[in-house]
Design a protein around this ligand. Structure first.
Ligand SMILES: [Zn+2]
Length: 441
């Protein structure tokens, strides 16, 4: 008999391993936060002696979903302003509130965001915001994995006087969380249109020096492309390529307004795109050419973007919307099948976070997983577990969320923080947000 900490038993286990095995009555053996064996309950029970058994009955267990692009702190802005063009929405409603943020507001907003993610099956995310130290404090409090970094703008933010200060904050953050198993840092230039080529070059240099990935919003709208062409005489992808950004491990959020030539460029540079279908739909940004990306072998993760432009941080609804969006856009029901969508939300997310330990349940990977209650009426009967997860689940069937073998959410309870107290504190932020957005006296 071999020894492990936990033997987890599921009714159905989606592994997302190379063979995409789905095991009925499947089990995981977990030791020191890692998966050490996967197989049938019968086989693992015979071979492994565990300190504890976690019997999830008939539940469906799958790898924790990875949110490849988000701004979790913005939960406190959820529903404050909807149905506006991107630039008006940003400049009239979002930026004025963000100019008056404090680390405490960012911490509370982020913790609420992470609560929502854990509650709906996400175990890791790629986050970009300001006061990122406070974001990390929230991530530690929630327990999920986070790759974050201070957003870099050409103009001052509430957190930083300018781009130099933001880069300094990024460096300090990287030093402080060195050795933390669940947190790591990326260099986060916000976008081409909110920075300059000089700032982007400084971001590239810092990422290169510290060996960090780079995370940027890119080619989100046609307007962004037109602005870039007017200002720099190049399209956004070309500009980033010429500045050497694409030579780094890179996560590019959106990638909607791109032509064939740019897609070839991105594929050659082996960057990762973070696809945000809800945000693109809600802001009317367009449809990312996902089929063309996948045909070229471009790796794509799936993200919710911020809760002000979605308005959810729910990776299950995001998967369903992704699958439907591309079918309607391409007038073709065979586009983006459920299995491809689940790949994006798991293995694609692992690539977007530049963390190969995530995305599947197999020996050598971290024990990050989610259990869905298959007894929910909307998940009955079961023919195809992947179809059920992508098309039928709402995310709220999540009964248990585990990161590194630690249960962070189970049956309505978060293990590391007081959710009711958090809700009261976030609710108290409403009058601040309304006043700052010019929507109240
Ligand atoms: Zn974003």
């Amino acid at each position: 008999m071999q020894h492990c900490r936990t033997l987890l038993h599921a009714g159905v286990l989606i592994t997302q391993d190379a063979q995409r095995r789905i095991i009925e009555n499947g089990s995981l053996a977990i030791r020191q936060g890692m998966v050490v064996a996967v197989g049938t309950r019968e086989a693992l029970s015979a071979a492994w002696q565990a300190e504890q058994e976690l019997d999830l009955g008939s539940m469906l267990v799958l790898p924790g979903l990875v949110n490849a692009h988000t701004h979790a702190a913005m939960t406190f802005l959820r529903g404050l302003a909807d149905d506006m063009p991107l630039m008006d929405w940003l400049h009239q409603r979002i930026f004025p509130v963000e100019a008056r943020l404090t680390p405490e507001i960012v911490r509370l907003g982020s913790l609420l965001g992470y609560a929502e993610m854990l509650r709906t099956g996400a175990t890791a995310c790629m986050d970009m915001y300001i006061f990122e130290e406070a974001v990390f404090e929230a991530a530690r409090a929630a327990g999920l994995r986070c790759v974050g970094g201070e957003a870099v703008f050409a103009f001052p933010s509430a957190a930083c006087a300018g781009p130099e200060a933001a880069l300094k904050a990024t460096r300090a953050l990287a030093e402080r969380c060195a050795g933390e198993e669940r947190l790591s840092v990326a260099v986060n230039p916000h976008s081409v249109y909110t920075t300059t080529p000089e700032i982007l070059t400084a971001c590239r240099d810092l990422a290169e020096e510290l060996g960090l990935p780079l995370h940027i919003h890119l080619s989100e709208t046609r307007e962004e492309t037109e602005l870039c062409l007017r200002k720099h005489g190049k399209r956004p992808v070309e500009l980033c390529r010429d500045l050497g950004l694409l030579d780094l491990p890179c996560t590019l959020a959106h990638v909607v307004d791109v032509n064939e030539e740019e897609l070839d460029m991105l594929a050659r540079h082996k960057v990762v795109a973070a696809h945000n279908p809800s945000s693109n739909m809600k802001l009317g940004s367009g449809v990312a050419p996902l089929s063309s990306m996948l045909e070229r072998g471009l790796v794509v993760g799936l993200g919710t973007d911020g809760p002000a432009s979605n308005n959810q941080l729910n990776m299950f609804t995001e998967m369903g919307r992704a699958a439907l969006l591309h079918k309607v856009a391409g007038h073709d029901p065979t586009l983006l099948p459920a299995a491809r969508v689940l790949d994006m939300a798991t293995l694609g997310g692992a690539a977007a976070l530049h963390d190969a330990r995530l995305g599947s349940l197999e020996p050598g990977k971290v024990a990050d997983c989610v259990a869905l209650d298959l007894a929910s009426p909307n998940l009955q009967p079961l023919y195809n577990a992947v179809s059920q997860a992508v098309y039928a689940a709402t995310g709220l069937e999540t009964r248990m969320t585990m990161v590194g073998g630690e249960i962070l959410y189970q049956d309505g309870r978060f293990s590391r923080f007081d959710y009711d107290a958090l809700c009261r504190e976030v609710s108290d932020l409403r009058s601040f947000a309304l006043r700052a957005a010019g929507l109240a006296e």
